[in-house]
Design a binder for this molecule. Structure first.
Ligand code: WT7
Length: 635
């Protein structure tokens, strides 16, 4: 019996129970039957939750890129691996076959090796959504270099922080990138970032926009001529199961971004398995995940998950609103997409536009539609189901995180009955528990609590780059013996899960995970600012928007406040990126603080939401009088 594909709801329970009772047999069999290994594992899993030490498929030898590409060449060499849809709809789409992808990745692998990159070196990839992004990632995987993709919307200082943290030896970027009717000067941003980074020896530059850029002698090299010269024969590096495959940064509620480290074999097995099941992937399907590859969703479900299954995946360079709001629907029709995977924020933005944009396109090839990144509200769920899925496609509301590597709680298309706003049931291998404030597990149904996972799964991140202690503290200490997700959840009368949102200081804006700390740090850099606190408040399109409470050094400067708001947002843009800008700002004379100096965000959150009813226990506040002042001056 094979466990790779769940056929029906009854079988889901069988597989689920097997995965809990005999996780080693369950994952061992999946790993054995669906991948190519140089050498088998010794143990399927070994772990110590208290120390946050987790290993899957110990001692096995494997190469991720070989599993994504080479393995398929016999059977699927001429099949399209990647469809590239350019920003400009008049530019021709590219169909890259598995054979061609193999050649391109091998050439790139040789270029990387020739430019001094070896197994274990970190390579920062800062590219728009173009084929070279996929090729660079896979080339790193082929030679065992650790890729650290930084979303090409991050500012110079945000890129610099990430490059320095993991001491990248190389950066791969492009002259510029197209996004709707804008051109983004990526190379310029890298030049600025690299003023501070001493670890970077070489910068490879892809030509995309043809914008004039400066090339630094001895450091910067145009990529294409190197590729033209390179051989398309390259030997893949034999990797250990637990060798890092990549680092991907995610914001924390405090301190600098966390470089989540994903390793090779477990991540491979988990992304392939979840892709196959959640989306009901079948040969000849055309899968499109709209997420940028700079986020985990793009890593796992635009690239690795689909390619591991020999699928055709779409990379779209542009934005949903360009040239107009029908672009997504036009692409679905044009490329005959069968699975479409996007974020609630995009759904809400598009639902606001004229229905004709959707209705004028044939979406009949679709069979599964997915949602990811934040809770999907009832209205958006129904709009998506009615107008995109046309009531015949299961909506898979997939809950997971950068840290989890792959989808954790989600309907399995054509297997799990869906329920609006519910991520429904855990996938096999995932053992969720809800915890109360006293760290006790809440049993039974119709309960709410902090969502934790009590047994490791193959895709879990293994550490934070350079800081295992922080990894332990953030995820394994709040509820000992379990992995703490940072989310709250509700379990309904039949055991379905609904994610209610973050219970920590992370705010999800337009599906982007934003820690409050880096934004506050950026605001505090402004010379007029003494201190600040950021909270999220509900927003129709973005899910949450940011509300900033700011204390100025000179409280008299009332007339200049209009300008200050703009300037502060510019600081945020420069330090974190444009996605983190504030929607509202309130200048205050103080912030509610506990005696230990901790800002009581709970109160600030309520005020920002306009809910003045019950501030809870304020007895530990050092300055309770400030609450009225802030409330009375809410913007
Ligand atoms: C946080 C993780 C997973 C890839 C994209 C985001 C929220 C994610 C859902 C969902 C409700 C969701 C959670 C989670 N989230 N998916 N289907 N329903 N909330 O990855 O940037 O690491 O953010 O996104 O709060 O903890 P991320």
């Amino acid at each position: 019996m094979s466990y790779y594909k769940i056929q029906n709801f009854e079988q889901y329970f069988k597989h689920y129970n097997k995965s809990v009772r005999e996780p080693r047999k369950f994952w061992g069999k999946i790993a054995e039957e669906n991948f190519t290994w140089y050498q088998q594992w010794d143990k399927v899993v070994e772990f110590d939750m208290a120390e946050a030490e987790i290993k899957w498929f110990t001692e096995a030898k494997v190469n991720m890129a070989k599993n994504c590409i080479d393995r398929h060449l016999n059977k699927r060499g001429e099949k399209t691996a990647i469809i590239f849809e350019p920003n400009n709809p008049n530019e021709e789409a590219l169909h890259i076959s598995y054979n061609v992808l193999h050649q391109r990745v091998c050439k790139m692998a040789n270029v990387l090796r020739e430019k001094g990159i070896a197994k274990g070196d970190r390579v920062c990839i800062y590219l728009p959504m173009i084929p070279e992004l996929a090729v660079s990632i896979l080339a790193c995987a082929r030679i065992g270099a650790i890729h650290s993709v930084v979303f090409a919307g991050f500012s110079a200082s945000a890129v610099a922080t990430r490059i320095m943290d993991s001491e990248c030896k190389m950066v791969i970027t492009s002259d510029g990138g197209y996004r709707g009717n804008k051109t983004i000067e990526l190379k310029e941003i890298i030049d600025e970032a690299l003023e501070k980074c001493t670890s970077v020896e070489k910068v490879l530059v892809v030509k995309r926009t043809g914008t004039g850029i400066t090339m630094k002698e001895g450091r910067d090299i145009w990529l294409q001529p190197l590729l033209d010269e390179a051989s398309d024969n390259s030997v893949a590096e034999i990797m250990d199961s637990e060798d890092p495959l990549f680092i991907l940064y995610t914001s924390g509620s405090t301190g600098k971004p966390k470089g989540m480290v994903h390793t090779t074999a477990g991540y491979m097995v988990y992304t392939a398995y979840t892709f196959k099941n959640v989306f009901n992937y079948e040969e000849n399907d055309i899968f499109w995940c709209t997420a940028d590859i700079g986020w985990i969703t793009g890593h796992s479900y635009s690239l690795y998950g689909p390619l591991l299954n020999g699928a055709t995946t779409v990379i779209f360079e542009g934005v949903p609103s360009y040239p107009d709001f029908s672009r997504f629907w036009e692409i679905i029709e044009k490329h005959k997409i069968t699975q479409f995977y996007t974020a609630p924020t995009a759904i809400r933005a598009l639902a606001k536009e004229n229905l004709e944009y959707v209705q004028k396109h044939h979406l009949k090839t679709l069979k599964v539609i997915g949602s990811v990144g934040e809770p999907i509200n009832e209205e958006a769920w129904h709009w998506y189901n009615d107008h995109v899925g046309q009531k015949k496609c299961p909506v898979v509301d997939t809950w997971w995180q950068t840290e989890t590597g792959g989808i954790m709680i989600s309907p399995i298309a054509f297997v799990t009955p869906t329920k609006p706003t519910y991520a429904t049931l855990p996938l096999p291998g995932i053992q969720p528990v809800l915890m109360d404030e006293n760290r006790n597990e809440i049993e039974g149904n119709q309960v709410v609590g902090s969502l934790c996972i009590k047994f490791p799964w193959p895709g879990i991140a293994r550490t934070i780059w350079g800081n295992h202690q922080r990894y332990k503290d953030t995820y394994f200490s709040a509820f000992p013996g379990t992995y703490f997700t940072g989310d709250g959840a509700l379990r309904d009368e039949v055991g379905y899960y609904r994610i209610t949102g973050r219970v920590d200081d992370v705010v999800i804006v337009s599906g982007h995970n934003l820690g409050t700390a880096p934004i506050e740090d950026a605001i505090n850099e402004h010379p007029a600012v003494a201190e600040s606190a950021i909270v999220g408040f509900p927003h129709d399109i973005k899910g949450n928007a940011l509300y900033g409470y700011v204390i100025l050094k000179e409280t008299g400067e009332i007339r200049k406040k209009e300008n200050l708001f703009k300037e502060i947002n510019q600081y945020i843009s420069d330090h974190v990126g444009p996605i983190a800008k504030l929607d509202k700002i309130q200048f205050v004379s103080g912030l509610p603080k506990t005696r230990s100096g901790k800002i009581m965000r709970r109160i600030l959150r309520k005020i920002a939401e306009g809910d003045f009813s019950n501030f809870g226990d304020t007895s530990t506040l050092l300055n309770p009088e400030i609450v009225d002042e802030i409330k009375d001056n809410k913007v």
